[in-house]
Design a protein around this ligand. Sequence first.
Ligand SMILES: NC(=O)C1=CN([C@@H]2O[C@H](COP(=O)(O)OP(=O)(O)OC[C@H]3O[C@@H](n4cnc5c(N)ncnc54)[C@H](O)[C@@H]3O)[C@@H](O)[C@H]2O)C=CC1
Ligand SMILES: CC(C)CC(=O)C(=O)O
Ligand SMILES: [Mg+2]
Length: 412
Amino acid sequence: MSHREGLVLMKSLILRNCRRKLESSASRISKCGYANVTAAAQKERNYKVTLLPGDGIGPEIMDVAVNVMRAVGAREGIKFEFTEKLLGGAALDATGVPLPDDTLAACRASHAVFLAAIGGYKWDSNPPHLKPETGILGLRAGLGVFANLRPAVVLPQLADASTLKREIAEGVDIMIIRELTGGIYFGKPRGFGVNESGHRCAYNNMVYSTPEIDRIARVGFETARKRQGPLCSVDKANILEVSQLWRERVTAIGKEEYPDVQLSHMYVDNAAMQLVRNPKQFDTIVTGNLFGDILSDISAQLTGSIGMLPSSSISESGPGLFEPVHGSAPDIAGKDKANPLAQVLSAAFLLKYGLGETKAADLIEAAVSTALDKGYRTGDLMSSGKTLVGCKKMGEILLESLETTSPVTVST
Ligand SMILES: NC(=O)C1=CN([C@@H]2O[C@H](COP(=O)(O)OP(=O)(O)OC[C@H]3O[C@@H](n4cnc5c(N)ncnc54)[C@H](O)[C@@H]3O)[C@@H](O)[C@H]2O)C=CC1
Ligand SMILES: CC(C)CC(=O)C(=O)O
Ligand SMILES: [Mg+2]
């Protein structure tokens, strides 16, 4: 075996290992994600997918991902009925509300929901009910997608792209499970007021109930069990009552139902530090909505760029929601600078965990891997010796790669 062949084999083994872990962590997604996929749809391989391009870079990256889905669909005999709907700022401008009723209805009636991102400077000073972000929160609540799985895997091709030293970043493979429909983003009361001293004030409320904690804890334990790794529950139990209940329930669920899973607890401030000090100490993290939002952006940077991270959100029944971890990146919107890979990898998650189309998903992941192998990089990942491409060009490269890539090279 030549040195080059050896390297290729090694890379494929590393990728296979990352994928296997991802796969097992998401088997619970499969269970729930399939809930809306009828046997008839699976037999016909004809799926209704609602597209929510949203704002900023959203439409640019959505275009790339949908083209990739169409191409893989044509190759594999899968038909998609795409319905595009408005969400966020785009919906506000067109209809006056950030989550129109027909958007939520279409999402609920589909087999899977594919979202890009929402938000932008234009709507930043709108009142809360007229903010794009209220639309996405309403969508998540309306679909009941309480568990958001955000993997942070450092791909071998990108081990040098992280701002951390190679030896710290290389091999990182963390699954962050973020509670998505409760906590401080949803707690009541909330609002603006005037305090006893007559000063203007504002307040939000972090609330979790026992059933909300128990169900997300179970997703955490199931995931850790299948990944054969430890579970770290992140909270702020030294200060917050809501975290004390969180810790109490996670501990109880662990003792009663998952005695085989090694459980630890960490305060969120320390967890943020540990993620950049020694990320490989983590395997699966389970945490609340706000803490998970912040920690997943930190861990995104371990992988080189937030433009690389896909996510899946699951409910107890109904379609899964698939979206990148990043936002609408208004600073680069309309400039053809966005990295579309997080969106494209979210399409792979949608296929695999939302529809059960594993081979098509593997093909997409292999095409991403091939594009990176060939040295193509968008600006967020650019380094010397690599070829700088824009969002559209990356899309074209993926389509070319799809024509030549076989999933056998990297899949299990
Ligand atoms: N799920 C969603 O739709 C989310 C929406 N937002 C919204 O997005 C807007 C911008 O928020 P930010 O805090 O700036 O977060 P952001 O994630 O949009 O951007 C943070 C930084 O990462 C870069 N970035 C993000 N995605 C990228 C990609 N695919 N390729 C290359 N670079 C990328 C941006 O250019 C920016 O410098 C806000 O209105 C915010 O509320 C933020 C996070 C999630
Ligand atoms: C747009 C926000 C409500 C949420 C966010 O930052 C996220 O889901 O990552
Ligand atoms: Mg976020």
